[in-house]
Ligand binder design. Structure first.
Ligand code: HEC
Length: 262
């Protein structure tokens, strides 16, 4: 059971750094964006986000409070949902749907599900949820470096490969083969390929029999390919998509260096 009720997190630091411009040109559009961003904090949607969601979710990752984290930061959630749902309406519908009915089938964050357990089903009205989801879509969460999970943290088990279940090995083989044989001149097919790879990969992370250091190593591995999967899902340029698929294939091959089937 989750012990969350007592842990009400008050967000006091309202992201001054959101406004530090990360692009190199300071154009009018940037200025307009800043104003719009500032206004978001006064909306009903943001108020709801704070009171209904930030009870459990931090807005952004906070390394000093990592041990108090009971759910992934909202910024990370957006990073997972936006590549899959770049269109505002689709994004809102997807967030509303998963919050109303959190499930392993539909999760885009298997690592978070494994770490924190599924988000509890809470009662919100559709109207509230839509406003909240829209706010998440509109809000510029800025960037924060990913912590710890570096590909260089991948390690053998005392010099031996980690042993995974044959099913897991088969999934990786299948993904590998799919990437090798994939040919298309339609970028939408590559986007779908990214989704298919992600859907396969997530079942490895959701597998409840993986725990401890073996799970950590699997998590690090999948974290290493996550950006490529997201990039492939969202890519609009065919040549770049082909390149990303190639990179993904190369990274998937690392699996065989660290893991083997039992
Ligand atoms: C009681 C704690 C709690 C509250 C309140 C809460 N969440 Fe969550 N949420 C979680 C946990 C834990 C996860 C990670 C596990 C998961 O993804 O199911 C999560 C994950 C998510 C995800 C990712 C789902 C996925 O798996 O792909 C979304 C989207 C989300 N929350 C949105 C919201 C929104 C919007 C609100 C406010 C309306 C909210 N959450 C309130 C605990 C909470």
């Amino acid at each position: 059971m989750r012990k969350i009720a007592l842990n009400i997190i008050v967000i006091t630091l309202l992201s001054f750094f959101l406004f530090s411009c990360s692009t190199n040109s300071q154009t009018n559009t940037d200025n307009e964006k800043k104003v719009a961003q500032a206004e978001i904090y006064n909306t009903k949607g943001y108020e709801l986000l704070k009171t209904k969601c930030y009870i459990c979710h931090f807005e952004k990752p906070d390394p000093d409070k990592a041990d108090k984290m009971i759910a992934p930061p909202m910024m990370r959630i957006k990073e997972h949902y936006l590549p899959n749902y770049p269109n505002k309406e689709d994004f809102i519908n997807a967030v509303v749907a998963i919050v109303k009915n959190p499930s392993e089938e539909k999760t885009l964050m298997p690592g978070a599900v494994k770490k924190f357990k599924l988000m509890p089903k809470l009662i919100y009205t559709d109207e509230e949820l839509k406003l909240i989801a829209e706010t998440i879509y509109n809000l510029d969460f800025g960037t924060a470096p990913k912590l710890r999970m570096l590909a260089s943290d991948l390690q053998l088990n005392n010099g031996e490969k980690w042993i995974v279940k044959p099913e897991t090995y088969a999934i990786i083989k299948e993904v590998d083969l799919k990437l090798s044989n994939f040919k298309s001149d339609n970028v939408a097919d590559y986007n779908q390929l990214g989704k298919d790879v992600f859907d396969k990969a997530k079942y490895v992370l959701l597998d409840s029999s993986y725990t401890g250091e073996l799970f950590n190593q699997l998590h690090i591995f999948f974290n290493g390919i996550e950006n490529d999967m997201h990039a492939l899902i969202a890519e609009k340029d065919l040549e770049k998509a082909k390149k990303t698929a190639k990179n993904l294939k190369i990274k998937i091959e690392d699996f065989y260096l660290i893991f083997k089937a039992e």
